[in-house]
Design a protein around this ligand. Sequence first.
Ligand SMILES: Cc1cc2nc3c(=O)[nH]c(=O)nc-3n(C[C@H](O)[C@H](O)[C@H](O)COP(=O)(O)O)c2cc1C
Length: 200
Amino acid sequence: MTQIAIVYHSGFGHTDVIANDVARGVAEAGAHATLLRIEAGQTDFDAFFAAIAESDAIVFGSPTYMGTVSAPMKAFMDASAAVYFTKQWKDKLGAAFTVSGSPSGDKLNTLTTLAIFAAQHGMLWIGTGQNPGNNDDTSAATDVENRLGSFIGAMAQAANDSAEVTPKAGDRATGVSLGRRVAEAAARWKAGAREAVAAA
Ligand SMILES: Cc1cc2nc3c(=O)[nH]c(=O)nc-3n(C[C@H](O)[C@H](O)[C@H](O)COP(=O)(O)O)c2cc1C
């Protein structure tokens, strides 16, 4: 079965919601998702690295704090230097999602930070693959997929309310779609690799 690791941090629960939506999309595509939630102050990521080693793709998730990834996510990224030189994650697929308080909130910087991180590990990047959701002047709807119009990764906005209220339905559907897309791409990538080995 195709294995997808979802590595994420959530300080107040909003990114938790999207992480679970991504996992739902993975399951819808017939793959298995492992949720790896980074805790504040965590320094030991050995169990995470073991789970990731068995995964075909890694989806990174972080709230946007001060215009970039949160400190716990950065702690995980820095700790990954331990596996960086072995190139264990090379040719795994990668994708990302982020949640912030403002509609923009400089979320793009969080996603590009995670895309560069994946590139440093030799991973292959998967974007949302969706059209922008709100592209005319009558639509400010919050139930539209990709309503924030992001392509490099899934964006969600949560108005600093309870995680039970936000992120909005459209952002949550965008998370599900990303999970599905990554799982489908990983299954194709895995099957292609098997064919290539058989043909060699
Ligand atoms: C330390 C801190 C910094 C933040 N920085 C930003 C920011 O740069 N842009 C933004 O739009 N929201 C910012 N926010 C709001 C969070 O991104 C927002 O509340 C998000 O939903 C938090 O996700 P979480 O509940 O998963 O922690 C910040 C919140 C905190 C606590």
